[in-house]
Design a protein around this ligand. Structure first.
Ligand SMILES: *Cc1c(COP(=O)(O)O)cnc(C)c1O
Length: 390
């Protein structure tokens, strides 16, 4: 059932993960530039407040990436060299790198192949007497089984740091992702559901954790340093520890504030596209994403299909090339972590030890799923997938 439009290639390349930027963002950035206050200031404070309220979190600290958020969360969790942090074998490298930067040792667990999230049984199997924390990633926006993971954490007295880079709108049993553990880390990278270009946020349950992260994010200068250029006069600061340069700028928050105001509308639009893909690709020999579990809300960040060469007659990598030739940008989220040479050399990890993460890493393709896609764009994606697989 090939439609005639599917026979010709799109004229314009469809950029994967292009953000939907409105006139409000442009006006706020312009206002920010004209005000002369580009750095950390009132817009960052407002963004923290509004994001914290949206997530029903007691404390929110803005930083310049989710990688920075994860790094500082792990330092605030008090991890020391030799401490082990269990995370998933199917994630972006930044999740694992942040553990290494914090001086701890990453330990991988395999995923549940249906949800692509950490398998709690495998997490528990990998606990040793050096395990100090669990770092779940709410993959593609689907919540991890937080009841099970939190029960494990309580039993073994572990900290929990949630990687919510895909999970801004994600809810589990009515509660926002990022508010179950001690820390929730979010990304506002260009392709994420709320985009600032670059940016991140840490949610904490404890006031002292938020305060420590604020100090660490700005050179280790005492807390008031964030306000030191404001109009209530010069304030001396004191360096209380060796911190980092991880603060967010007002220029970034200017974009984020308006992205956040549209977060629900954008989520509904992606759900519409999701349902369209589900319906129009259902008869093909690919594996589509599992339905969202009851009493959860899937953040709908990534729509991933699995291309099994035996069933599809084409391998994943050739499928990627064919989509690109059809002028449609696609993504791979992700090759499993043990496929990368650095981790193999440093930790001795081998892909076959994590069979589910490995197989999905070799078969997965992410189709475009931005709120900015037009009906025509969605039809082009569907037509290209159908043509390639027929
Ligand atoms: C994007 C991403 C990150 C890193 O986010 P940045 O803001 O780019 O640092 C971390 N973890 C996951 C799962 C991601 O997708």
């Amino acid at each position: 059932m090939v439609q005639t439009t599917s026979l010709k290639r799109r004229e314009r390349f469809l950029v994967f993960g292009a953000p939907a930027i409105g006139p409000e963002e442009i006006a706020e950035v312009t206002e920010c530039l004209r005000s002369g206050w580009l750095g950390t200031g009132p817009k960052v404070a407002r963004f923290e407040e509004e994001f914290g309220r949206y997530q029903q979190a007691p404390h929110a600290v803005a930083v310049n990436s989710c990688t920075a958020a994860l790094h500082l969360a792990m330092l605030a969790a008090g991890l020391a060299p030799g401490d082990e942090v269990i995370t998933t074998a199917l994630t972006f490298c930044a999740t694992v790198n942040a553990i290494v930067h914090a001086g701890a040792t990453p330990v991988l667990a395999d995923i549940d192949p249906a949800t692509m999230n950490l398998d709690p049984r495998d997490v528990e199997a990998r606990i040793t007497d050096r395990t100090r924390a669990i770092l779940p990633v709410h993959f593609a926006g689907r919540p991890c089984p937080m009841d099970d993971l939190m029960a494990i954490a309580r039993r073994h007295e572990l900290k929990v740091i949630e990687d919510c880079a895909h999970a801004i709108e994600t809810r589990y049993h009515g509660r926002p992702a990022g508010t179950f553990g001690d820390f929730g880390c979010f990304s506002f990278y260009v392709t994420k559901n709320v985009a600032c270009g670059e940016g991140g946020m840490v949610l904490t349950q404890m006031e002292e954790d938020a305060a420590r992260i604020k100090v660490l994010a700005l050179h280790g200068m005492s807390k008031d340093a964030w306000q030191r250029f404001s109009d209530d006069g010069y304030k001396h600061y004191f360096v209380t520890e060796c911190g980092f340069k991880y603060n967010m700028m007002d220029l970034q928050a200017a974009i984020g504030l308006h992205q956040l105001r549209r977060v629900e509308a954008n989520w509904r639009r992606r759900r519409e596209i999701w349902r369209c893909y589900d319906k129009q690709l259902r008869d093909l020999p690919v594996t589509l994403p599992a339905a969202a579990a009851e009493n959860t809300r899937h953040g709908r960040h990534l729509y991933t299909v699995l291309i099994d060469e035996a069933a599809c007659g084409i391998g994943r990598d050739r499928f990627l090339e064919a989509m690109t030739r059809a002028n449609i940008g696609v993504g791979v989220h992700y090759l499993s972590i043990p496929e990368h040479p650095y981790y193999q050399q440093r930790f001795g990890w081998r892909p076959p030890a994590y069979p589910h993460a490995r197989r999905i890493g070799l078969q997965t393709v992410s189709l475009p799923l931005s709120a900015g896609l037009t009906e025509g764009d969605v039809a082009d994606v569907i037509a290209a997938v159908r043509r390639i697989l027929n």
